[in-house]
Each structure stands twice: as structure tokens, then as C-alpha cells.
Design a protein around this ligand. Structure first.
Ligand SMILES: Cc1cc2nc3c(=O)[nH]c(=O)nc-3n(C[C@H](O)[C@H](O)[C@H](O)COP(=O)(O)OP(=O)(O)OC[C@H]3O[C@@H](n4cnc5c(N)ncnc54)[C@H](O)[C@@H]3O)c2cc1C
Length: 393
């Protein structure tokens, strides 16, 4: 049993208040207009000034450069934020998916350099992380973006796609290869800062759901970077450490997906429960059946929460969590869908004319299947962990 400290409880209450007032309405609006809130949205400034509510699993309260890492608190806040709207949760200012990448690869000096920008509260700022490419999604070992050394500089060329928040980011952690023939051994992580010549956003995706944050493709056309933008320095990448670091990143972002899923499933559950209480007859079989269905969903969401907390606790205590991270990632998407479908059934025709909430959740949920490794890929990871299922190069 996890005992939450006073500050965590207080922060969860703050998120609830912000969620009700800002996050849910912003999510519904983004869905309606099919575009995320603009970078100068006043809520982002509130988050930036107030601290505590940032993306990237680094609590602003601890100072964004702090190593006093509180993952359980951050994941619970992630769950609560996604309860109000997962899309907007992912659009919150902060290092985003770049946060875990920096944590796993950067030197202390690099962390300080790239994370300290979030201490400037005059405007909202974002980080991002780009692994996926047109020819390398699930099979990240096949990334083809090239990195070559030229004197004291690194030169990057290639294309990345589906990179969340990259169109508004101050920097993007870009994974590239020094030689595709080296497979995973060739992987390196670089930070590309906004405004670097050759970095160009090509396209912002029109998404079916989770529209509160933007996802973009970008080109790297001979982007020149100082040597110090190679995260961890060259010695870090001996013995395939680059690939291991990128996998360690997924071992944190996969449980975060689960935390988001639990939040979304709870949202559907609560929506349906409110409806049963206010619109169903006080007695009767119909009400009983609906409540039984919701009770089962609540049990499953609780299981999903325990799964992500276990994966996070293992990481926090320095233990391997690849298996538990994949278990958690695999478990939650079907439960979220079950919760949304049950809520739609329970509301009946009211479910499809209720200000888009449930219909939107239905579309929002699909990304939980895809991001940070699809359901099929999680099964491959689990099989490798449990049964020595063969791996490629
Ligand atoms: C909204 C959104 C946001 C994203 N944000 C980011 C981001 O910020 N940064 C980033 O780097 N990426 C991001 N991604 C990319 C995401 O991680 C990839 O989409 C995902 O890894 C799947 O890759 P793919 O789309 O290329 O599908 P593919 O790899 O082409 O897979 C297609 C299908 O084949 C299946 N498949 C593939 N390999 C196997 C296998 N070995 N065994 C069985 N089945 C298999 C898959 O499960 C899937 O069903 C985002 C994606 C979306 C949709």
C-alpha cells in the first residue's frame, strides 16, 4: 500500500481544480476545432508560473533540474491530468518525452543546460523526443537519420515523424545513427534547439483523437550541432549504451501511458455512474446490471494502477522494469475501451449527444494502443523477457 505524502495529496487536489476549470473545457474545444490550444494560451502560463504541473515527469516543485525524482507523485498527477483530458495533459509545458530521454542519457551539466530553460517563467516552453521515422516505428533499431562528425560538430540529416509537441518545442531530443550497419550499436541521442538551421517542421498531423496536443513530422537537412549536444558524450555509447538508454526511456513512458489510460477509464466510469445516479430508476434490474458492470471496470482500473505503480517503483529503486512496463502498457488500453463502451451503453442515446465527452474518449483511447510501442510489440517484448524469444541485430 502506498501512503501518499501531504504535498502529493495537495497537488492532486490542485490538479482536480485546474482540470475542472481549464483542462476538460480546453480538451473539448481542441477536439471540436481539431487543433490544440495555442502556445500563448493563458492556462499554459498559469502552469508555468504556478509550477508543479508540467509534462516530462520532473516536478517543477523540485526544480526542473532536480535529481530528487518523485515518479510516483508525477505518475499519479499524470493519471489525474488525463482524467480531465489526456490530450491537454500531453500538451502541458515542460520537457515532455524529452525529460526521460535526458534523465537516461545526459550528463549532469547537459541536464542543467537543457532543463534550466524551464525555470524561466516568462513564457511556456516545451521539450520533445523524436525516435519514429517513416521507415522505423515499431522497429526502432532501423532508424536511418544519420549523424556524422565534422570537425568539432555533428551533422544530422533525415526525417522524423509523429513527434509530439515538436512544432512548439524549444528543443527536441533526436535519436540518430552513426552507421545503420551497426544496428542498435549505432544509436546516439542529440539535442536540436529551436531555430537551428536545417530543422524544419514539414507537417502537423490531423488526428482522430487526443487532439489537445499536436504531433508533427520534421526534416533535418544537414543540421549542424556543437559536440556538446550529443547527450552523454561519446564515451557514453560504448557497449550499445545508446540503444539501452532509449529502451530505458520507453520503460518509463510505457507506464505513463497506463497512468493516462487509468485516468481516461475513470473519466468514462464516473460519467456513467453520475448518469445512473441521476437518470436511472432508484431500484431495478437495469440499474443493478449497470452498477455491476461499472464495479468490474473499477476493479480492472485499480489493477492497471497497481501495475503502473509497480513498474515505476522498480525504476525508482534502480531495478529492471522492462517486463512490468510492458505488462502495464498491454493491460490498460482494452480496459479503457471497455470503460468507454460500457459508459456509452449505459447512457444509451444520451451517450452520443452529451457534448462529445464519451464519443471523444472513444476516439482519444486509440492512441493508447499505438504510442510507446503497439500492443503487438509489447507482446514481443514480454515474450523476449519471459522465454528468450529471439531478437534481431
Ligand atoms: C499521436 C501520436 C503521437 C506520437 N508521439 C511520438 C513522439 O513524441 N515521439 C516518437 O518518437 N514517436 C511518437 N509516435 C510514434 C509511435 O511511437 C509509433 O506510431 C509506434 O511506435 C508505431 O509505429 P508505426 O506507426 O510506424 O507502426 P508500424 O511499426 O509500421 O506498425 C504497423 C503495425 O504492425 C504491427 N507490428 C510491427 N512490428 C511487429 C512485430 N514485430 N510483431 C507483430 N506486429 C508488429 C504493429 O503492432 C502495428 O499494428 C506517436 C504516434 C502517435 C500516433
Amino acid at each position: 500500500m502506498i501512503e501518499l505524502d501531504h504535498r502529493t495529496m495537495e497537488m492532486l487536489e490542485e490538479v482536480r481544480a485546474l482540470g475542472r476549470e481549464h483542462i476538460r473545457p480546453m480538451g473539448l474545444e481542441a477536439d471540436r476545432t481539431a487543433s490544440p490550444p495555442p502556445v500563448d494560451h493563458p492556462f499554459y502560463l498559469i502552469c508555468t508560473r504556478q509550477g508543479g504541473l508540467v509534462s516530462g515527469m520532473i516536478g517543477a516543485e523540485d526544480g526542473p533540474t532536480s535529481l530528487d525524482w518523485k515518479p510516483v507523485r508525477n505518475f499519479l498527477i499524470g493519471e489525474e491530468t488525463a482524467y480531465w483530458d489526456r490530450g491537454v495533459a500531453l500538451s502541458l509545458p515542460g520537457p515532455g518525452l524529452g525529460g526521460p530521454a535526458l534523465r537516461n542519457t545526459a550528463t549532469p551539466e547537459q541536464r542543467a543546460r537543457f532543463l534550466s530553460i524551464f525555470e524561466d517563467h516568462s513564457r511556456a516552453r516545451w521539450g520533445a523526443m523524436a525516435m519514429t521515422e517513416p521507415g522505423a516505428g515499431s522497429d526502432v533499431a532501423r532508424i536511418a537519420t544519420r549523424a556524422r562528425k565534422d570537425g568539432d560538430e555533428w551533422v544530422l540529416s533525415g526525417q522524423k515523424m509523429f513527434c509530439s509537441n515538436s512544432a512548439r518545442a524549444d528543443w527536441v531530443v533526436v535519436w540518430a545513427t552513426v552507421d545503420p550497419a551497426l544496428g542498435r550499436g549505432g544509436h546516439r541521442a542529440f539535442v536540436v534547439e529551436r531555430g537551428t538551421p536545417g530543422f524544419e517542421i514539414i507537417k502537423v498531423e490531423h488526428k482522430m483523437g487526443s487532439r489537445g496536443y499536436e504531433t508533427a513530422s520534421f526534416a533535418l537537412d544537414d543540421v549542424r550541432l556543437p559536440a556538446d549536444n550529443l547527450l552523454g558524450g561519446e564515451s557514453f555509447y560504448e557497449s550499445r549504451k545508446g540503444f539501452k538508454a532509449s529502451m530505458a526511456t520507453f520503460n518509463m513512458t510505457r507506464p505513463l501511458h497506463t497512468a493516462h489510460g487509468v485516468g481516461m477509464g475513470r473519466a468514462a466510469h464516473d460519467f456513467a455512474l453520475d448518469f445512473v445516479r441521476s437518470d436511472y430508476p432508484a431500484q431495478g434490474r437495469r440499474r443493478q446490471r449497470a452498477l455491476e458492470r461499472l464495479a468490474r471496470i473499477r476493479r480492472r482500473l485499480h489493477t492497471a494502477r497497481l501495475m503502473y505503480l509497480q513498474a515505476v517503483w522498480l525504476a525508482k529503486t534502480g531495478q529492471s522494469n522492462a517486463l512490468e512496463a510492458s505488462y502495464a502498457k498491454m493491460y490498460s488500453p482494452p480496459i479503457v475501451l471497455e470503460a468507454v463502451v460500457a459508459a456509452l451503453d449505459i447512457l444509451g442515446e444520451a451517450g452520443v449527444r452529451n457534448d462529445r465527452m464519451l464519443e471523444k474518449l472513444y476516439r482519444d483511447a486509440k492512441i493508447l494502443d499505438i504510442g510507446e510501442g503497439t500492443q503487438q510489440v509489447q507482446r514481443v517484448v514480454v515474450a523476449r523477457q519471459l522465454f528468450d524469444f529471439p531478437r534481431d541485430a
